[in-house]
Design a binder for this molecule. Sequence first.
Ligand code: PEP
Length: 250
Amino acid sequence: MCSRKFFVGGNWKCNGTVDEVKKICCMLNNGEVPCPNHIETIISPPFVFIPLVKSMLRTDFQVAAQNCWKGKGGAFTGEISAEMLANLHVPWVILGHSERRQLCGETDAIVAEKTAYALDNGLKVCLCVGETLEERERNETGAVVARQTAAVASKICCWANVVIAYEPIWAIGTGKVATPQQAQEVHYNLRKWLDCYVSPHVAMNMRIIYGGSVTAANCKEIGANPDVDGFLVGGASLKEDFIAILNARN
Ligand code: PEP
């Protein structure tokens, strides 16, 4: 019997000022949300706001970085290492977000290297995968998601500290959300892939969350699917909507 705890991440991307961050933290701290026995929540502000958010945020919400370097720190100007995040007691990092894959040239191999290094340094990883619109139209969604996951599978053996976020690129920040059926189909097939190529145990226990234009209005229907274990939320994580999304299963 498996019970995958509902998991919701708020990805603030490159947004916010000190005042705005304080306001969002107050909004989150005042929100009525399910008890931590029923939900795991991560909040991912830009690096520079991590200490402020950690100092303000309720303790049942964990903090996540939006990226980290692929190996040990050193002469890599502008980068933040996994060791630094661990040193600051940041428990989670989001890796392989499509904006980093597409805008910063992060290949499957780089994302896999980052994932392995972050896990080795004690971080938990929210690994993002997902297809472009063109790939979906060519019926390549399953193959793309499998390829991205396989790259990581070739570098890690323990998946206990990984959550996979399926984020179709055509749905991110576009207001064009995947239908509940589309999300369920991809999550189901990814779980089947994990069952075949990683292990039945990993497949059964892996939280596979959906990301892409999730809002208070659509979260309940998507979240009701058996293979949708939560959400990664961009735009709506900066607003009161996020509290409603945390309550999607209520
Ligand atoms: C994201 O950036 O991970 C995301 C899902 O964004 P949005 O919710 O704004 O589509």
